[in-house]
Design a protein around this ligand. Sequence first.
Ligand code: GUN
Ligand code: ZN
Length: 441
Amino acid sequence: PYASETLLRASFFDFTALASQPDDIAAHARYLEDGLLTLREGKVVSLESWEIAEGRVDAATVIDLRGKLIVPGFVDTHIHYPQTEMIGAFGEQLLEWLNQYTFPVESQYHCPDHAAQMSAFFLQQLLSNGTTTALVFGTVHKQSVDALFHAAQLLDMRLIAGKVMMDRNAPEYLTETPEESYQDSRELIERWHQRGRLSYALTPRFAPTSSPELLEKVRQLREEFPDTWLHTHLSENQQEIAWVKSLFPARDGYLDVYHHHQLTGKRSVFAHCLHLEENEWQCLHDTDSSIAFCPTSNMFLGSGLFNIKRCWQQGVRMGIGTDVGAGTTFNMLQTLGEAYKVGQLQQYKLSACEAFYHATLGGAHALDIDDKIGNFNPGKEADFVVIDPAVSPLQKLRSANSKDIWERLFVMMTLGDDRNIAQTWVSGKPVWQRDREEVTA
Ligand code: GUN
Ligand code: ZN
């Protein structure tokens, strides 16, 4: 009917509404074995069964992807783009890992050419793994974030990012004064925030690299730009927590360092949250703050086990993060597989249904953008992944022995990786196709 419509025929899986308990998720799951997705101007018009749509569409205009499974684009709620080149660094836990590996690598992002090259590489990694939206740490250098936003803008990706703010307990080449931090962050907000699909996150690295004066500048920016995000780390490692308590003796624990400066709330995203105290869980709930659960990072750095069950019980928003480069993969399927194992170590059974919810609509909710992305409801932005459910001989064998969609999804998060990502679509356009091996705007 409309020349500008795009029609795709395939199997589809998504969640049509939010859930407040894990047992409610399945009731909102939608699986269409043979469906038709209609897009116009980068947005979803409809998702229907093929049987219902068949009569009204001209078959010649349909992109036939039968045999593939289309799911909403994955949402990565915590990742560091300037750590891409040091992923998999041996032997250390958090604080030593930062000093030995992370800080030296981040220093290179003062160079705009390096930042531009790595931004392109980073976005290619996200897209080739089916991730269409991420909440991203830059470095302390404003040019790192300029480069990333510029690259994301060319692809029309929904991306939230910010420059790191830090003024102590890091090498001199990565620290700034609170005033410089304020000015540079402000400049970036004015240049990029809410420009197209880009948004800005105020990004104090974590409490140990923040003076009270710096946190006061963050508070001021949040007051001046109340629709920005706040992105930081919380309660990841026991030594880190003890250090925070000694640096901020007047505060009532780690989270209170942020809460005292009014940095909790909707659109505040705290990565890790592994060793929270009772009152901290309560504060996250009361302020409607969000958690980024980063299973591969938590296992790789030996940080601890995230308590998924407790998170549901407390009614705290949660999404999945890869946390590259402490995390060991950009791939959400593999990350979900690791999340399952974190659950196993605590007698929590993370179903495929729940896992895919966190990776899509739940993650969008954690970032407070579930009105824009996360499923195929009409009007949602058309960001999605075309999955090849079985590519290797082992996957094919196992898939042939799966009884239903739940088992197939579970096997995908156990055996799947980037080979399963056949195509990635952003704003209604294919930007990654596995057989071409390049990102095209
Ligand atoms: N805490 C402060 N900085 C970092 C970082 O870069 N990665 C992780 N995993 N934790 C942090
Ligand atoms: Zn991190």
